[in-house]
Every structure is written in structure tokens, then in C-alpha cells.
Design a protein around this ligand. Sequence first.
Ligand code: UT7
Length: 339
Amino acid sequence: MSLARPPRSLQRAKISALGTFVPPRVLTNADLEKMVDTSDQWIVERTGIRERHIAETGVATSDLAAEAARRCLADRGLDAEAVEVIIVATVTPDMPFPSTACLVQEKIGAHHAWGFDLGAACSGFLYALQVGAKLIESGAQSRVMVIGADTLSTMIDYTDRSTCILFGDGAGAVLLEPAGESEQGLLDYAHEIDGSGAPALRLPAGGRLRPRGAVTVANKEHFVYQDGQTVYKFAVRKMAEIAEKVLVRNHLTGKDLACFIPHQANRRIIESTAQRLGMPMECVLINIDRYGNTIAATVPLAMGTAREEGKLHRGDMVLLASVGAGFTAGATLLRWELD
Ligand code: UT7
């Protein structure tokens, strides 16, 4: 089997530890039925979501990220001082600056690490994973913590039934280290953006273009806006396309994968992608029912679920895929090197 990148001369990166965290408070479909004109049946049929976790007021993205990071370090049996870089993929930083990475560094005591945030919405974790992998592959760093964390609940209008049912809060962290002699780790990836999709999913105000003011608040422009159908049509096509692109150039099909771990935005998007890849559903990880769409956290949270449910084994060929606001899209092929 020939694999597209990185060249053999470079040191491959592998995921050497994983930790996840969701806040304890659960918001069920029954709870939402009391808040907006919706039904458990509609939500389950149209999205696959049954419940989602919501952070309490005052709990920030960096809090969830730090707890996921601590669990990740415990999984590896490492002290935080050993971390060299922290990359936090998020669109809900605690504040515009300092970066969430700085806040996480302080919270976990990773005193020797540098780091930064990366914003690519639902594809953020996959993009951050590759940036971290490149730091390892170049030989510049040997322990990179990649975190996907979001608390979109602070930006949701809980009177808008078209968006408030979709999102939850959560965080997941992986440690990247050089793969050993007999290991393969991260094998290949494809990333794309398509800025023509920007109007379809966005937070209209709060940035430089439309700073916060009485008018933007009155117009509810600090809440997430989504043209669901446009995003759905793009996502259902693009997730399959980008996943297939990585598989084909590695001479693989969906049947060669032990596990497909997609971004969790809508169960129907995942099922359609799996069908196009020819993957049996038992190899496809779906946990949207318990967490909803947690943006940059969905993929590491899904890795955690796959591991808990015994669906990931050392040596498994795994494909990750995502589509999100931007539009952004990504797919990563990897050999799972963890027990
Ligand atoms: O992670 C980032 C990427 N995001 C995505 O991938 C999300 C992609 N989009 C979607 O998953 C779907 O478009 C949604 C789940 C957001 C919406 O599902 P849909 O099947 O596209 O519904 P729709 O927006 O076309 O609305 C159909 C009907 C409308 O009623 P009418 O106009 O037909 O009378 C909506 O008003 O469903 C209504 N509706 C609801 N009804 C009950 C919308 N939301 C709700 C709701 N409960 N919560």
C-alpha cells in the first residue's frame, strides 16, 4: 500500500493519548420541548440528537479544555511540564485575547509550552491535528497537545428552534508524539475551504465589521445564524468527497477502514457519507445522540466514545472527516496506535 504523505524521510506523528470532558449539566429534547415549539420526535428524526451538555454560566471554554488536557496527560502518565506546544481549536475563546491556549497552559501548569488558538469551526480539530503533526514531522517538537473545545451555548438564541436544538458544549484533547519504528500514526490528510459559504453559517456581530452595540444586541446578531438547508446540502456532498479523496489516493475504500469518525452535526449527513464510502454502519462512530454538535470537540469526543465502546484497537485504519462553517472541510487518515 503506498501512502501519499509525509515523505518517508520525515518522522511521522501519532496520537499517543486522549482525554475528553463535557460539563455535567444535560439539556434533553424534553427540556427543549418546554422552551420552544419543537418535539423529541422532530429532533431525533431530523438530527439524531437526544441530549447535549451545557456549561454553567461562568464555566469557560478554557475550563473544559483544561480538564480534557489533564485527562489526556493522565492517559499518557505524563506531567504537564512535558508538553511543548498547546494548540486549541475553538470558535468560542474565553475572550478575543489572550488566546485560550495561554489560559489552558496556566490552568494545567504546562510551564514549558508555547501555543496558540486555531479557528476553523467544526473542522478546527482536524486542522489543528495536522498543524501539530507537522511540528512533530519536522523534528522541531516532540510533544504537542491538540485540543478541540467549544461552548457555543453562549451564542445560541434559546428561543430559535432552528438552532437551539443542535449544539452542545465539550472538549477533547490528544497528545501528538513521534511514531515509533513499527508505528504509522497520521498518514495523510486533505483540507479545503470555500469562502463562498461564509454567509450560510456565521456569528454576524461581535467582530471588527459589526462591533457590539445596542443595535446588534437588539437585532440578536450575537447569536449563531444558520441557513440549515444550504449547509446541509454542502455538508452531505463535501464530507463524502473529501473522505473519498483521501481514501482513493491511498488505494483504500471504506471497507478497508476499521473505524470512520466523522464530525457530528447531523446523523443523516453521517449515514449518507458512510453509504457513499461503502462502510457498514457498525464501523461508523455516532455519538451525536448524547452530545449534539460540539463544533471543534466532536471528533475527539467521538474518538473517546469509540475507545470506551471497544471500537478502536491498536493498528486499526481510521478515517476522520469534518465539514463546518467557512465553509471548511477536512479528512485525516491514520493508523490508531493506542490501546
Ligand atoms: O456543524 C456545522 C455544520 N452544520 C450542519 O451540518 C447542519 C446542516 N443542517 C442540518 O442539519 C439541517 O438543515 C437542520 C437539522 C438544521 C434542519 O433540518 P431540515 O430538515 O433542513 O429542516 P428545515 O430547516 O428545512 O425545516 C423544515 C421545517 C420547517 O417548517 P416549515 O417551514 O416546513 O413549516 C421548520 O420551521 O421544520 C421546521 N423546524 C422545526 N420543527 C420542529 C425547524 N426546526 C424545528 C424544530 N422543531 N426544532
